[in-house]
Write a protein that binds this ligand. Structure first.
Ligand code: RIB
Ligand code: CA
Length: 310
């Protein structure tokens, strides 16, 4: 069966790192490139983190730096969770991998336009790079098979009561993506908060005993500690790799088509993914919104993904 071609746009970020890990060696996926955006930390940090991750894992995939701030609003970061570096915890070898010279937005446009088969765009950070690419060259809409994003929530947010970080960090870019007419799978906090990386999960993955499991353990030690400090949870919600797990095996999620609109106008609810769960508005659905996750299957997929490394 042909591999599914994907571009992963991310803001590493501990959970972004696990998304890269899960995508990097999976036989069903062809990870064409990694594009990086400011989000969890500044672009200088997220781009360096992406290079450290691919170098540590020995992944032969190019990394492109993208937008260093949102399309319109002020930049925000999540140092309380990911630390000053954006990837506090793991200690990496001296970095020798380098960024590609091309800007991520140009790379996304060029790769899509030149591709003779559709490509899935996976975003696990603010959607600035993809939003800019769509505005820069609308012809790419014919080449994108689907947007699979970690972001939003039809219940509560994690930055305000209404809004989740990846969306509120660049709600205008999210608005561009959600009004593009493209098929969308939205993996929101509603399901990611069920994938809590408890200590027993970390112990289980540590037993894999290779470089990938060591990175996973080092990442989760920091990620879970900060999630407990901020949210009081015993395990950190492993948000981003669920997008990759869904592409590997869609049965890991239950989704429901919903008309979904990004709130870019209100004050209290700015950045909310307004999901019409009950169809009140009688509008055509614009996203397949994840409403449940097979948590056991997900952790099995993470463990299997770790085993694909030496
Ligand atoms: O709200 C969680 C999301 O914001 C995750 O993608 C995390 O990495 C941050 O980007
Ligand atoms: Ca992220």
């Amino acid at each position: 069966m042909d591999k599914k071609k994907i571009i992963l746009d991310c803001d590493p970020g501990h959970d972004d790192a696990v998304a890269i890990l899960l995508a990097g060696k999976n036989p069903k996926l062809d990870l064409l490139g990694i594009t990086v955006v400011a989000g969890n930390q500044t672009l200088e940090n997220t781009q360096r983190n992406a290079l450290n991750i691919v170098q540590c894992l020995g992944l032969d995939v190019s990394v492109y730096a993208g937008c260093r701030q949102p399309m319109i609003r002020k930049k925000m970061t999540a140092g309380d969770i990911h630390g000053e570096s954006g990837l506090d915890g793991p200690v990496f070898e001296p970095l020798t991998r380098t960024l590609e010279p091309e800007h991520a937005v140009s790379y996304i446009v060029k790769t899509l336009i030149e591709s003779d088969t559709p490509i899935t765009m996976v975003t696990t950070g603010p959607m600035t790079n993809l939003g800019m690419a769509i505005r820069m060259e609308p012809r790419i809409l014919d080449k994108i098979e689907r947007i699979v994003l970690m972001g939003g929530a039809y219940t509560n947010g994690n930055v305000t009561p209404a809004a989740e970080f990846n969306i509120i960090a660049d709600a205008d870019a999210a608005y561009v993506c959600f009004t593009s007419g493209l098929p969308i799978t939205m993996v929101g906090l509603d399901v990611t908060r069920k994938a809590l990386c408890y200590p027993e999960i970390v112990e289980r993955m540590d037993k894999v005993g290779n470089k990938a499991s060591k990175l996973f353990v080092d990442l989760m030690k920091h990620f879970c500690k900060s999630q407990k400090e901020v949210f009081g949870w015993e395990g950190g919600p492993l948000h981003d790799p669920i997008t990759i797990a869904y592409l590997i095996d869609p049965d890991v999620l239950t989704t429901k088509p919903m008309y979904t609109e990004i709130d870019i106008r209100s004050t209290q609810s700015y950045g909310r993914t307004n999901c019409d769960y009950f169809g009140y508005l009688k509008k055509e659905p614009t996203a397949d919104v994840a409403i449940d996750i097979d948590v056991e299957k997900f952790w099995n997929m993470i463990e299997e993904g770790l085993h694909l490394y030496d």
